[in-house]
Design a protein around this ligand. Structure first.
Ligand SMILES: Nc1ncnc2c1ncn2[C@@H]1O[C@H](COP(=O)(O)OP(=O)(O)OP(=O)(O)O)[C@@H](O)[C@H]1O
Ligand SMILES: [Mg+2]
Length: 279
């Protein structure tokens, strides 16, 4: 099982779009068995994969979310009929993801992560890694979508990951963010003894034949560290990708052959880069 996170502290760079669609592409084009984990309190990956009704049903039936991975507090509930009862947190082994389709599971996100972040709790950073150890034999790949803020959730994703991918928009301001990200990951690596490796930088929401896109490629190719990391393939900008997202229409379900091909090539390149790391 390989664990891959999509990370960038810059918001809106298509982390979620790439995470859910690469996961879907691994399932459909590579016949892989994939778990997608949504560690972003905004839970956009979940919104891309579950209808609002399905999510509400899931929560009403006390279905598992990412909060179960991090929350270890027992709770006291006072009910009219049953009186005072104590609910213990779920064990990691009993956390069950949602089946989205054949070979594609999701551990849904939850807004409750915001609340949890305010509560005290030591050692949360390691919980996701420990949870993923319990599903080690169930999946070929785990794809983690992360929030755009340095937080315990982002750290936990990096600790749990074998590799991380940096999606970035090709504008100058977004590009400056990747050096900052690199230094933060380096610092985390020292603090937590991370073994995660950068699988590369994917340019996203790209408008081809523009000066900004050419400059972005030039900029990265002239940098000693990033030139090796830059994916040859990129995600082109198409408004229909954004439009269809909230109707749970994934890129491979759409009819834009250019975006579909781009996604398949990015996924292929990702697998090649990961294999090279592992040699
Ligand atoms: N290829 C594309 N073409 C056009 N719009 C896109 C494309 N990919 C993503 N978008 C849109 O860009 C916006 C940001 O994408 P997304 O939510 O995936 O980014 P993110 O990095 O996960 O954001 P956040 O930091 O808030 O988590 C969304 O509205 C999304 O629909
Ligand atoms: Mg996102």
């Amino acid at each position: 099982m390989k664990v891959i996170s999509f990370i960038n502290m810059k918001g809106g760079v298509a982390k979620t779009t790439l995470a859910v669609n690469v996961a879907d592409c691994l399932v459909r084009r590579k016949h892989a068995s994939v778990l997608c984990v949504d560690v972003d309190p905004q839970f956009n990956a979940t919104q891309c994969l579950m209808t609002p009704d399905a999510y509400v049903d899931h929560r009403q039936q006390n279905g598992c979310t990412i909060v179960d991975v991090f929350d270890r507090q027992s709770r006291t509930r006072v009910g009219v009929v049953e009186g005072t009862t104590q609910t213990e947190p779920r064990t990691l082994e009993s956390i069950t993801p949602v089946r989205i389709k054949d070979r594609f599971d999701l551990l849904p996100g939850s807004l409750d992560l915001y609340r949890l972040e305010m509560a005290p709790g030591q050692g949360r950073e390691n919980r996701l890694r420990l949870y993923l150890e319990t599903v080690q034999d169930d999946y070929d790949y785990v794809i983690i979508d992360t929030p755009p803020t340095p937080s315990v959730w982002m750290t936990s994703a990096l600790i749990a990951s074998d590799h991380y991918v940096i999606p970035v928009r090709p504008d100058p301001i977004s590009l400056t963010g990747i050096d900052l990200l690199r230094s933060i990951v380096r610092e985390m690596a020292e603090n937590f003894g991370l073994s995660t490796k950068c699988a590369g930088v994917v340019l996203t929401v790209v408008e081809q034949n523009t000066r900004v896109f050419d400059n972005a490629k030039e900029n990265l190719r002239s940098n000693d560290f990033w030139k090796e990391k830059l994916f040859e393939k990129f995600l082109v900008k198409r408004t229909q990708v954004a439009r269809q997202q909230l109707d749970q229409i994934l890129i491979l379900d759409g009819d834009n052959s250019e975006v579909k091909l781009g996604l398949a090539q990015i996924t292929e390149e990702l697998l090649n880069r990961i294999e090279t790391h592992d040699e």
